[in-house]
Design a protein. Structure first.
Length: 192
């Protein structure tokens, strides 16, 4: 009996000496992986009229997208939903901007306190629509894959290879883009 207590006490001491590792949130990784799995999806004929992938089209309809509607925010909403990330994103791109947790806006980092586990969303505003309100003229959105010193890599739906934001520039799809960190770019964080 004394030997068992001694053994148990030794095991407890060893357990206390072992380092404790906490598992970081994997939400950011999941969101980046899920969104990158859609890179290459294309519109069937432009003008937000449907997709070459029937499966993707069904998923987009499940989050509220309808033919003819711009779909960058619906893409963000779909990815966040599939990864169980709580957010307020609707089919309207300004709703992807999370006023409660701003990382970068107006050409300035509000915090550098973010990591790979964070879910970061890019919003793009257009200068002729800028105002002092929450939405700041936002007209496009996408998932942030990586933030660099002078640019961010994003995965965006309803954009094209030429860099245009929507169907006005030709046949659209889901693309990986590199965007300069400028006053037009906003990066906010959503939590799981």
């Amino acid at each position: 009996m004394a030997a068992n207590k001694t053994l148990l006490t030794c095991l407890l001491w060893v357990a206390c000496l072992l380092p404790v590792y906490t598992t970081p949130s994997d939400a950011g990784y999941l969101v980046r992986r899920k969104s990158s799995s859609y890179v290459g999806i294309r519109e069937r004929n432009g003008n937000n009229g449907g997709f070459t992938s029937p499966s993707f089209e069904r998923k987009m309809k499940s989050v509220g997208w309808t033919k003819g509607a711009p779909w960058c925010a619906f893409f963000v909403k779909l990815v966040l939903k599939e990864c169980s990330v709580t957010n307020n994103t609707t089919g309207w791109s300004p709703t992807s901007y999370n006023k409660a947790d701003v990382i970068f806006t107006g050409g300035v980092f509000k915090t550098r306190n973010y990591d790979d586990g964070d879910v970061l969303v890019m919003s793009l505003s257009y200068s002729k629509f800028k105002n002092s309100g929450r939405y700041k003229g936002i007209g496009h959105t996408g998932i942030v894959e990586k933030i660099g010193k002078n640019s961010c890599t994003t995965i965006e739906g309803n954009t094209n290879d030429a860099g245009a934001r929507d169907s006005r520039g030709g046949k659209d799809g889901v693309y990986r883009k590199v965007r300069p960190l400028s006053k037009s770019i906003h990066i906010t964080r959503w939590s799981k």
